[in-house]
Ligand binder design. Structure first.
Ligand SMILES: NC(=O)c1ccc[n+]([C@@H]2O[C@H](COP(=O)([O-])OP(=O)(O)OC[C@H]3O[C@@H](n4cnc5c(N)ncnc54)[C@H](O)[C@@H]3O)[C@@H](O)[C@H]2O)c1
Length: 445
């Protein structure tokens, strides 16, 4: 199985593919048409952004099974046509998302603290403290548009700051513990910082234009590490001049070539010349995802995905058993009076069912644990005659019960399903009844 490599990458890519039995051919220089002429010999190509993989290329590649892009997005590939031809598409956003998250933060902090200006001034013999007084992120609202790999990585980096992080995305329910998903209008009302992490599509082309910028309630800082053509540079410059945009960190520019390799061929557009002069603008040459670590990680992700394509392994996931305490139930002579005592002296927020403790898991989901006193005569603990019954939270009740049955554990009754989750019951060797609960905590919020 022969793979053609069209860009140089971390050496582990060639080495590990060879070890896995693939035949590697490298061609880093021939023009696209000359590559097309020999494409019939290859089942796979590995490319970064050297040229577009269009219909013509795909038609020439009559035996192509996969296209692997050593980068995050696939916009340089005619993905629809490739899918029509049953060609698998492989990208590696897992490989450079951390780099992008860190770079976005670096740009933001550099802007806020005027690092680039202060550095330049000292080098030219100026020690200007007051003029270089900075801003703090603390207390600000950061708006992220595009909450995928890169947006999530940036939000994760912001966790240590006391900032409110909002995200907006066209997909529903992508918000998480690190960013609250809101409509675009709300983000524009509240944000002090806007960071773009969207792909370049028909909808996001020129998205940040004058109207979009003016819809923000407050002046704001802009970070763009997504694609240059998401922003109308003329409108960005106008907003920098009017003070609506306070500063900008731009890793990508409207004027870049699609290969991202060059910029300075033609005469500089006026707006770009302004950015080059502006003190409140930080530029970097499309390197947000370009670190020593990501070079290696991107290559590894690509190798792993190619291997998986040819030798799919479905590693058996270890069965998750108990994930936490779901509840604690005990017999009481006078449950009502006893519950009132706990309310009065321990401050438990009780109702007719006892007390529900609400908390959030590490992913930010609402979760609950129930505490309840029951009548002494309750048959809920049957066949146990003990004073207590424990309730454990479990991730997959059916799988766990099947496993417990295999292991010879005593199962009580049949599982039952309610709006708030599934229940099953077992006995431990001392006859304590244990309730197993696969919860839907939000069901009774
Ligand atoms: N500067 C760099 O070095 C670098 C490195 C990696 C990725 N990138 C760029 O970062 C961007 C994001 O990459 P990713 O891997 O996170 O992509 P992704 O597909 O994982 O996430 C993008 C998110 O944007 C959302 N989106 C699409 N259109 C939208 C719209 N009109 N409004 C709001 N949300 C929208 C999608 O639903 C998705 O959740 C891409 O443009 C990518 O090319 C740049």
């Amino acid at each position: 199985m022969a793979i053609l490599h069209l860009d140089r990458n971390h050496p582990l890519l060639l080495q590990q593919l060879q070890d896995a039995g693939f035949e590697n051919h490298e061609d880093y220089t021939l023009p696209k048409d000359a590559i097309e002429a020999k494409m019939a010999a290859y089942e796979g190509i590995v490319i970064r952004s050297r040229f577009k993989i269009d219909r013509q290329f795909i038609d020439a590649a009559t035996n192509l099974k996969f296209i692997a892009r050593v980068g995050a997005g696939l916009e340089s590939i005619d993905t629809e046509y490739a899918a029509e031809k049953n060609i698998a598409l492989i990208a590696a956003p897992e490989g450079n998302r951390n780099a992008v998250g860190e770079h976005s933060l670096a740009m933001l902090l550099a802007l806020f603290n005027k690092i680039n200006i202060a550095d330049k001034e000292i080098r030219s013999g100026h020690w200007n403290r007051e003029a270089n007084r900075g801003h703090e992120l603390d207390g600000k609202t950061v708006g992220i548009i595009g909450y995928g790999n890169m947006g999530k990585s940036f939000a994760k980096k912001l966790r240590g700051f006391d900032v409110t992080v909002l995200c907006h995305d066209i997909l529903p329910q992508v918000g998480d513990a690190n960013a609250k998903q809101v409509p675009l209008e709300e983000l524009q009302q509240k944000a002090d910082v806007l960071s773009l992490h969207i792909p370049w599509t028909n909808h996001t082309d020129k998205m940040v234009n004058a109207d979009f910028i003016n819809a923000f309630a407050k002046p704001f800082w802009l970070i763009n590490t997504s694609r240059g053509k998401n922003v109308v540079t003329d409108d960005l410059v106008a907003a920098l001049q009017s003070g609506k945009i306070l500063g900008a960190g731009l890793d990508v520019l409207e004027y870049e070539k699609t290969s991202f390799e060059n910029l300075f061929e033609a005469e500089l557009p006026e707006a770009f010349a302004y950015l080059l002069r502006a003190d409140n603008v930080i530029l970097s040459p499309h390197i947000a995802g370009w670190t020593h670590e990501s070079k290696e990680r991107l290559a590894q992700v690509i190798v792993d995905k190619i291997r998986q394509l040819y030798h799919p392994e479905t590693p058996e996931k270890p069965l998750q058993r108990v994930t936490g305490i779901g509840g604690f139930f005990f017999r009481a002579k006078d449950p009502k009076a006893l519950t009132a005592w706990y309310h009065e002296h321990l401050g438990l927020n009780t109702d007719d069912y006892g007390c529900t403790f609400w908390w959030k898991d590490s992913a930010g989901n609402d979760c609950s644990t129930q505490w309840s006193a029951m009548k002494e005569s309750t048959d809920y603990f049957n066949p146990s005659e003990k004073q207590f019954m424990q309730n454990f939270r479990v991730a997959d009740l059916d799988a766990l019960l099947a496993k417990l049955r295999e292991e010879g554990v005593a199962i009580v009754g049949e599982p039952e399903s309610y709006d708030y989750g599934k229940f099953g019951w077992i006995l431990d060797p001392e006859g304590n009844k244990i309730e197993l609960w696969e919860p839907k905590d939000r069901a009774f919020l």
